[in-house]
Design a protein around this ligand. Structure first.
Ligand code: SF4
Length: 494
């Protein structure tokens, strides 16, 4: 029955995660969630890591030929016979499974497979990836003696030219994947059976939808989940799935005696009561600790797997933009400052110098989730040690506007159990909206900024830079409005 079914490595891996995902990918790819700028950015990063990894194993030839798997198979076979030491993108097919190996290295005793990942560690799911390749290669007649995973080395710090030996770490996996060969065979059989049946199997949603990776069909399969739902409960984690599996989807239907973390229980009870919770004394304490002038500050950063500049590790954060609203005294108009780097150059020094200039003096520097801005400044302090005293002065002045929300001094049903700026803002200033913006979150800002390097259309570049500018500016304006709102709550007009 299943003899005619052909799997690719990725469809097989979808099947390992969920048989429904495998079937949807095969029969209804149109139901996939849309590919976002952020997804494209991640894919591009993966390609870039693959290109860099080859430089660690030089002298190879490429097996894959675009658009023709049959020619790729033939070319790979010819390369093996020709005696080349290394093959990149080597294509194989056996038992109805097609795979393309990132790197194959000829050794004295046989072949060594190297699977390249853009992560900074080997993850449990990577074993399946390597195991199925070893399975197919052996069935295709290749003498695989070793297999390894190549991932980025988070300890590596770039200095000058990239050091391809130090940039990556190899993890030997041959013993684990040898032990998995029977499991792989069974999993292939199950995938083929599912596809041969020609229908999408019924699989309830569950933790597997996001583990090990976010499935491509969450929008489709999770359509029935109400908004808000048990999955939105603060700090609920996997307990939400237990509730959902019991038929409890809405927060108001969670039984009173259901065991929950106290933060989750707070959210559930507050949601059921439908009331705003306000602790004016705590809000007053927070506000009275602020010192004018107030500096409302927000950073945007990008992080690339292959460090583009010195003193950076894989995925080291590079700040490229900030927005700053300053209010000199209560009730005074706001002044806005900002910085948005040019692409293609290391922006860190200019970013830091401009920021230190714009925040010179005294007064509270208000951020939303202080560990982020503080972490960026601490990294800059390591790169520019001469600026340490100034940087430390800015960090000492930092106040986290998230604190009153985290400490539950204010809770509103409209926040949906989240303290994020995007969820808190509508409660205080519903007219300010992220959803209508061309750039509407930090991941998107990063992807857009990095994409500018390849943008040749000047008008498009200007449009995207303006979108970045507006997005970051809204983040700091949002903080201004939220603080105004808290101030009104703590000291209501008589
Ligand atoms: S969303 Fe969940 S249930 Fe649906 S296909 Fe993906 S993993 Fe399977």
């Amino acid at each position: 029955m299943s003899g005619g079914v052909t799997l690719s490595k990725s469809t097989f891996l979808h099947g390992v995660q969920c048989q429904k995902s495998l079937a949807l990918h095969t029969f209804h790819p149109d139901l996939r969630d849309p590919i976002t700028v952020t997804t494209q950015f991640r894919m591009q990063n993966g390609i870039e890591v693959g290109v860099q990894a080859r430089l660690r194993y030089p002298g190879g030839s490429v097996g894959r030929v675009p658009d023709s798997y049959d020619i790729s198979l033939k070319r790979t076979k010819d390369l093996i016979q020709s005696g080349v030491p290394v093959i990149y993108e080597a294509a194989f097919e056996a038992e109805g499974v097609r795979i393309v190996a990132d790197i194959l290295e000829r050794t004295m005793t046989g072949w060594r497979l190297i699977e390249v990942k853009s992560t900074t560690e080997a993850k449990p799911e990577h074993r399946w990836d390597v195991a199925v390749q070893v399975y197919v290669q052996r069935k295709a007649g290749l003498d695989i003696k070793e297999a390894a995973l190549l991932h980025l080395n988070k300890e590596y710090v770039r200095q000058g030219e990239l050091d391809y030996q130090a940039l990556f770490c190899e993890v030997r996996l041959i013993n684990e994947v040898n032990d998995m060969q029977r499991e792989v065979e069974d999993a292939i059989a199950l995938c083929k059976e599912t596809l041969a049946a020609g229908a999408v199997p019924e699989v309830p949603i569950g933790p597997h939808c996001r583990d090990p990776i976010d499935c491509d069909f969450i929008g489709h399969c999770w359509e029935e989940v109400p908004d808000p739902s048990v999955f939105d409960v603060y700090y609920i984690g996997k307990k939400a799935h237990e509730l959902y599996a019991r038929g409890i989807a809405r927060i108001e239907d969670i039984p009173h005696d259901h065991p929950l973390d106290k933060r989750s229980a707070f959210h559930v009870e507050a949601h059921k009561a439908g009331e705003t919770i306000v602790k004016p004394d705590e809000i007053r304490d927070f506000i009275s600790a602020l010192r004018y002038p107030l500096y409302f500050l927000d950073f945007e950063t990008f992080a690339l797997p292959v460090p583009p500049f010195d003193d950076l590790s894989p995925y080291g954060k590079v700040p490229f933009q900030y927005s700053l609203h300053v209010q000199s005294e209560p009730g005074r108009p706001l002044r806005h400052y900002g910085f948005l780097a040019d692409v293609g150059v290391d922006p860190r020094r200019e970013f830091l110098e401009r920021l230190l200039e714009d925040t010179r003096g005294e007064g509270s520097i208000i951020v939303y989730y202080k560990p982020f801005e503080r972490g960026v400044l601490n990294s800059l302090a390591e790169t520019y040690p001469e600026q340490v005293p100034e940087i430390e002065q800015r960090i000492e002045r930092m106040v986290d506007l998230l604190d009153p929300f985290k400490q539950r001094a204010y809770w509103h049903p409209g926040m949906g159990g989240s303290n994020s700026l995007k969820k808190v803002l509508p409660v205080f200033a519903s007219e300010l909206k992220y959803g209508e913006m061309q750039v509407s979150d930090g991941d998107q800002a990063m992807a857009v900024f990095v994409s500018l390097a390849g943008e040749n259309d000047l008008a498009k570049t200007e449009e995207l830079r303006q979108a970045l500018w507006e997005y970051c500016k809204l983040d700091t304006l949002a903080m201004v409005r939220i603080l105004d709102g808290l101030r009104g709550i703590a000291s209501p007009d008589p």
